[in-house]
Design a protein around this ligand. Structure first.
Ligand SMILES: NC(=O)c1ccc[n+]([C@@H]2O[C@H](COP(=O)([O-])OP(=O)(O)OC[C@H]3O[C@@H](n4cnc5c(N)ncnc54)[C@H](OP(=O)(O)O)[C@@H]3O)[C@@H](O)[C@H]2O)c1
Length: 496
């Protein structure tokens, strides 16, 4: 059953085993919108062999196998537009449900028995994935429950996938690492950051290390600044309970933006393997001094207009306390103190209810050192930029100066564009890529224990002394105070 309207994850990757996957948080939003469509997509494309088993686990006792399959099928019909006729039979053959309460030892024993029974009944090989699609508070009791029930190891391999956020700060991340290491070896732990599953993020490695053109320019000698933006036009989407406790620094900066930063800035790894790449990423993080409050601007959105529609401010959102000082916007500047990047400012920016949904890395190159064209003002010659767009409409733009024909000497800024969709069709979903990596035991695109701690360390001071958020109208690019982070004579923040 090949699907024709989207790109499949790597053609030819076929699993040699029929695994059992247990998804904790199986009734949640992530499972319905992302994980089930990704697992179904892997089956449809032939990557997940027929006969594999997915056991959904959550606290609710409202579901049994049959009712869970109906719930899942409804979601799949909404979120996975491929082969709708095959959805019901796939759910019937693949999905099962088991109620498990947080910290209830009896429930984990029952879960272990259910896993063993399903493996026997379906003649599986004993290879298991335990996926924690849970809120942060439920990670520790679930890991403990699994470990104490002896589920840290199985008859074949066992791999545990832990969703973000991995911790709320450095201390909680360290405690969670200690706990998970009691029952699981580091190579079997997959801390997921779905940004790393995006094709464009992986292509950053190819862009940098398969193109002498770019890598030879990739340093303080040629780069004047790097800007990383993850902008959302959406607000809370009913997730006030989670978001108001997290804020933009925990929700986006510590994980997604920091991951992009380390991939953009890292040295050439010794090999294309998980340890070599992650070693280089950690080295970048360790070369950055912890960000101080004066290096950051926090913001909180106020009522405004997006695409012509009025939207409420953060305080008017359902479930947000009127006194909340949670930041919905962060802009910060940091420096990487190593030979490659010394003196180059890196700017990170993220926010909700901004003017446009876009994720971009903009690499700004130096302006020419002298103005050769005597009729031109130096300011008329703009710096070259490499714009890497991760969403939407993934691709690269090279921004450069040209002379408009026929005119007196003048320059105009033009763009050379590459768009994935034009060359390759639609890209595979990040979760599909990452789930297949877990099943194949490839941890390259997952976050290692020391990496997650180094990234929390980077923001420890900022978390301890957060700047008061400044208001910004929904539909803008954040508080104007963010401009003050830029150096004099620097190009302004990019406006995608
Ligand atoms: N949704 C997304 O798009 C998205 C994207 C990236 C990452 N994530 C991450 O994925 C995880 C799950 O997110 P979600 O959006 O699916 O959350 P959700 O919709 O609130 O679902 C949470 C799930 O966990 C179960 N659960 C078990 N123990 C729980 C506890 N102590 N408290 C609350 N729920 C508990 C819930 O079912 P019962 O109440 O029946 O147990 C439910 O199945 C989070 O870590 C989130 O940060 C989500």
């Amino acid at each position: 059953m090949p699907s024709s309207t989207r790109a499949s994850v790597a053609v030819g990757r076929k699993l040699e085993t029929r695994p059992l996957l247990v998804v904790f948080g199986a009734t949640g939003d992530l499972m319905r919108r992302k994980l089930l469509p990704a697992l179904y997509g892997l089956s449809v494309d032939g990557h997940l062999p027929a006969g594999s088993v997915i056991l959904g686990a959550a606290r609710s006792t409202d579901y049994q196998d049959a009712s869970y399959r109906s719930w899942a099928a409804l979601g799949l019909k909404q979120f996975s537009p491929f082969h709708p006729d095959a959805i019901d039979p796939w759910c019937d053959a693949t999905l099962f449900y088991q109620p498990v309460r947080d910290g209830a030892a009896d429930d984990y024993r029952a879960l272990a028995e259910r896993i063993a029974a399903l493996e026997k009944e379906h003649q599986l090989d004993g290879n298991r994935v335990l996926y924690l699609a849970l809120p942060f508070e439920a990670f520790a009791p679930t890991i403990q429950g699994l470990g104490e029930a002896g589920l840290g190891h199985g008859p074949g391999w066992t791999r545990i996938v832990i969703e973000k956020p991995f911790g709320r700060d450095l201390d909680s991340a360290k405690s969670l690492n200690q706990l998970v290491h009691q029952y699981f070896d580091e190579p079997s732990i997959y801390r997921i950051d779905h940004y790393l599953g995006k094709e464009t993020v992986q292509n950053l490695l190819v862009l940098r290390f398969a193109n002498v053109l770019f890598e030879s320019l990739w340093s303080r000698d040629r780069v004047s600044k790097v800007e990383i933006t993850v902008a959302e036009d959406l607000g809370l989407e009913g997730r006030a309970g989670y978001y108001d406790r997290a804020g933009a620094l925990r929700d986006m900066v510590q994980n997604h933006l920091t991951q992009l930063l380390s991939l953009v800035a890292m040295e050439v790894p010794a090999a294309y393997d998980a340890e070599a790449i992650r070693n280089e990423k950690v080295k970048v993080l360790r070369s950055i001094a912890p960000v101080r409050p004066e290096q950051a601007v926090f913001g909180q959105y106020e009522a405004g207009t997006i695409d012509g529609a009025s939207v409420p401010g953060y305080h008017q959102e359902q479930g947000v306390p009127g006194s909340s000082v949670t930041e919905t916007f962060v802009a910060l500047q940091l420096r990487i103190e190593n030979w490659r990047w010394q003196g180059v400012p890196f700017y990170l920016r993220t926010g909700k209810r901004l003017a446009q949904r876009v994720t971009q890395v903009v690499v700004n190159f130096h302006r020419p050192p002298v103005t050769f064209f005597k009729d031109l003002d130096p300011e008329d010659v703009h710096s070259n930029e490499l714009v890497i767009t991760l969403q939407p409409n993934e691709g690269f733009d090279l921004v450069f100066e040209v002379k408009p024909p026929g005119e007196a000497m003048a320059t105009r800024t033009e763009r050379m564009r590459f768009r994935y969709a034009e060359q390759f069709g639609n890209l595979p979903d990040a979760y599909q890529t990452l789930l297949l990596d877990v099943l194949e035991g490839d941890a390259t695109l997952f976050v290692r224990a020391d990496e997650v701690e180094a990234s929390w360390q980077l923001f420890a001071e900022l978390l301890a002394h957060p700047p008061a958020p400044k208001g910004y109208p929904a539909g803008s690019w954040g508080p104007s105070a963010a401009d003050q982070l830029l150096q004099p004579n620097e190009e302004p923040w990019s406006r995608p």
